[in-house]
Write a protein that binds this ligand. Structure first.
Ligand code: IPE
Ligand code: IPE
Ligand code: MG
Length: 242
């Protein structure tokens, strides 16, 4: 009856999926270097995994997926590399928009878009507008995103609204984060062997489960995604209880 189900996918309990998955898409540069290729080719291959994993997560029934694609610190990289990443982003957003739309995925951006070129800003705005009525998976693209910056921004927004100290609660705070209205992260995956957050979703990671793997992002296939979900489903989440 069910076709195309592989063995790993079969082991996933679809009734206990993480509501919100975050992925720190790391290792593109090393993937290329290990093959004697220039780093941009690693980013190009990494973009293909974005296409695969977005489709895979949405097909599986994940409701919220946040992809860390460009951090506030990534501007430190050589100009050519940053420009290459920007053009890949443009290609992804424009070439894949209809496919994303048809998959009922809604695109959101976490991060300050003002620092991007007009081209990139327009493409992102178009993507958000085109998909805003979709009610399948929410795909948050963390672009020019930093967790500390997001927290500082929330503080400023709260002050600007004239909210008093007494009125500030976790709920009010969360309503002023980019992720407003979305659940905290249940699961954070980080390929490439690094075991750190690198400024990703600091507030929303309070009770996240972490999944680290040495696999590099360009090698992160659907099966790697399934493995992470299976491991997550084997964890005991206590949230401070017993
Ligand atoms: C992740 O791959 C992509 C971005 C940070 C934009 P890297 O470019 O960080 O790859 P490594 O860590 O150098 O291998
Ligand atoms: C984190 O990866 C940012 C993204 C994946 C977009 P980095 O490669 O920038 O992180 P560090 O420098 O290894 O901590
Ligand atoms: Mg890296």
């Amino acid at each position: 009856m069910v076709m195309n189900m592989n063995e790993l996918q079969n082991r996933i309990d679809i009734n206990r999926l993480p509501l919100h998955v975050g992925i720190i898409m790391d290792g593109n540069g090393r993937w290329a270097t290990r093959r004697g290729l220039p780093r941009p080719l690693g980013h190009r291959e990494g973009m293909l995994r974005v296409v695969d994993i977005v489709r895979c997560a949405s097909d599986l029934g994940i409701k919220h997926l946040t992809l860390y694609a460009f951090s506030t610190e990534n501007w430190k990289r050589p100009k050519e590399e940053v420009e290459g990443l920007m053009s890949l982003l443009l290609v992804y957003i424009s070439k894949r928009l209809e496919e994303i739309y048809k998959n009922n995925v809604k695109i959101n951006v976490f991060g300050n878009m003002n620092d991007f070129s007009d081209n990139v800003q327009n493409a992102l705005t178009r993507a958000m507008e085109r998909t805003q009525e979709n009610d399948g998976m929410v795909l948050n693209l963390a672009l020019n995103y930093g967790g500390q910056q997001e927290i500082v921004r929330a503080c400023k927004k709260i002050v600007e609204q004239g909210i008093s100290a007494d009125e500030i609660s976790s709920k009010v705070f969360k309503d002023n984060l980019y992720s407003q209205g979305q659940p905290d992260l249940d699961l954070i995956m980080r390929p490439s062997g690094e075991q750190r957050l690198s400024n990703f979703m600091l507030f929303q990671a309070a009770y996240s489960e972490f999944y680290f793997t040495d696999v590099l992002w360009p090698d992160f296939t659907e099966d790697e995604f399934y493995k992470a979900i299976i491991e997550y489903q084997g964890r005991s989440r206590r949230f401070g209880g017993v």
